[in-house]
Design a protein around this ligand. Structure first.
Ligand SMILES: NC(=O)c1ccc[n+]([C@@H]2O[C@H](COP(=O)([O-])OP(=O)(O)OC[C@H]3O[C@@H](n4cnc5c(N)ncnc54)[C@H](O)[C@@H]3O)[C@@H](O)[C@H]2O)c1
Length: 413
């Protein structure tokens, strides 16, 4: 373990959130140790191999070469930090309820090494009260001098993988400290990374705002998915209707239908909100309904795609185009396209896929050629997907992405 100079940052969790934060902090003058409990990830990082699209190998290699970045599995490095940020996953468990085990484990491993005066921030998404009622008590229980002489804040990350416009620098960051001094130090830290840190009055406000941001999207997507089915019954093109409504200069924000919602945020965070509501003996039925509506959307997509097949068959050959959770990323975790595939397969159809960003999808390789299919479903409009050959083969295409209009052979959702 190397001794470090001033402005040392330790980031626990080196994934989609932690690694971009590390590189942004290095740009801002910090020296960073990225701690991760995956030995393979740490080895790759120290060999200059970035696991996330937003950070190139060249950027990572340069940070290593300039001695500004090291990855490690060793939590003793925490002892050198002025600031520690936790950026570990906060998924759902099998009952679709908050699973804070990674956050709890990361806190337990970090706590014994925190020296006096360190700021501990959680950037992981969670329900209001997580910093106060989960993280701080774990520090209290696992550090010799408890939580005294430490500073605590919640600053939920807003990274949007693959986004060319919004980055760590220009995205406003919410910062909620546990007390006045924590707030002051945390705002100072985020001022060095983001041009717009925004003070809120408590960690709970920051945590709740994060859930609201993503729940807002889930509910609006649910509304549009429901509206899509109505338009379909009425013989209206939903995307044309949305574009028409979008001409209103105020009070309307367009959301588009799709196979469902994917990624680690929109399908997950609203369930932290519904769980939080239940914890308070309350409820969030609108959010629950939107979740169910989005979760059922793949069935509508499958039925609509099969209706495009000229001669109805018991076992159709279906090609899915794009399987990552969104365009521009290779990440297949929490992709709603998996539900579409499984639903079609459960009905006896022969389902294949291609995605220029994905080499293997849950144990299956991509289709080796794109001939002989009865229908193709453009589920995610990944850069590099080309419909030319599919259309020349006269394979009907269902476009779930609003990418093609007025193209013969392509039907919009
Ligand atoms: N990915 C996004 O787009 C995004 C956007 C905003 C917020 N978030 C939130 O940020 C948090 C992190 O998400 P992510 O996408 O970066 O996850 P990720 O899976 O990409 O990376 C998390 C990393 O943490 C490591 N890890 C897990 N448990 C650990 C432990 N106990 N100690 C040390 N390392 C550990 C894993 O090995 C992994 O490398 C989550 O709460 C997520 O909801 C994610």
């Amino acid at each position: 373990m190397e001794s470090l100079s001033q402005r040392n940052l330790v980031i626990v969790g080196q994934g989609y959130v932690g690694l971009p934060l590390a590189m942004a902090a290095i740009d801002a003058g910090w020296t960073v140790i990225g701690i991760d409990n995956s030995e393979k990830r740490v080895e790759d990082l120290n060999n200059g191999k970035s696991p996330v699209e937003d950070i190139s190998d060249v950027t990572l290699e340069s940070a290593i070469k300039n001695k500004r970045y090291t990855a490690s599995t060793d939590f003793k490095n925490v002892a050198f930090a002025d600031v520690v940020t936790i950026c570990v996953p906060t998924p759902l468990n099998d009952s679709r309820e908050p699973d804070l085990s990674a956050l709890q484990n990361a806190t337990i491993s970090t706590a014994p090494h925190l020296r006096d005066g360190t700021l501990l921030v959680s950037e992981s998404t969670s329900y209001p009260g997580t910093m106060r009622d989960v993280v701080i008590p774990l520090v209290e229980a696992n550090r010799d001098s408890g939580s005294s002489n430490l500073y605590f804040a919640a600053a939920p990350e807003r990274v949007n993988p693959g986004d060319q416009k919004w980055n760590q620098k220009n995205t406003p960051r919410l910062v909620g400290g546990i007390d006045h001094k924590s707030q002051e130090i945390a705002v100072k830290f985020y001022s060095s990374i983001s041009s717009n840190p925004i003070s809120v009055s408590s960690p709970e406000v920051a945590e709740a705002a994060k859930l609201l941001e993503n729940t807002f999207r889930l509910v609006n997507i649910g509304l549009i998915n429901e509206f899509t089915k109505l338009c379909d019954t009425a013989g209206l093109n939903v995307n044309e209707v949305i574009s028409a409504a979008e001409t209103k200069p105020y009070g309307f924000m367009p959301f588009r239908p799709g196979v469902g919602v994917g990624g680690h945020c929109i399908p997950v965070d609203p369930l932290y909100l519904t769980w939080w509501a239940r914890k308070m003996q309350s409820a969030a039925p609108m959010v629950e309904l939107a979740d169910r509506t989005n979760h059922e959307m793949h069935k509508f997509v499958a039925a609509k795609a099969l209706s495009l097949i000229r001669e109805s068959k018991k076992r159709s050959r279906v090609l899915i185009l794009g399987v990552a959770y969104k365009a521009g990323v290779s990440d297949i975790r929490e992709s709603p396209v998996a539900l579409l595939r499984d639903h079609l397969k459960s009905q006896g159809h022969d389902v294949h896929w291609i995605d220029p960003f994905v080499d293997m999808w849950e144990g299956t390789p991509p289709a080796s050629h794109i001939i002989g299919f009865d229908v193709a479903i453009l589920a995610v409009n990944q850069p590099g997907i080309d419909l030319t050959q599919i259309l020349s083969e006269k394979i009907p295409v269902l476009d779930c992405t609003n990418s093609y209009s007025n193209v013969v052979g392509v039907t919009s959702l």
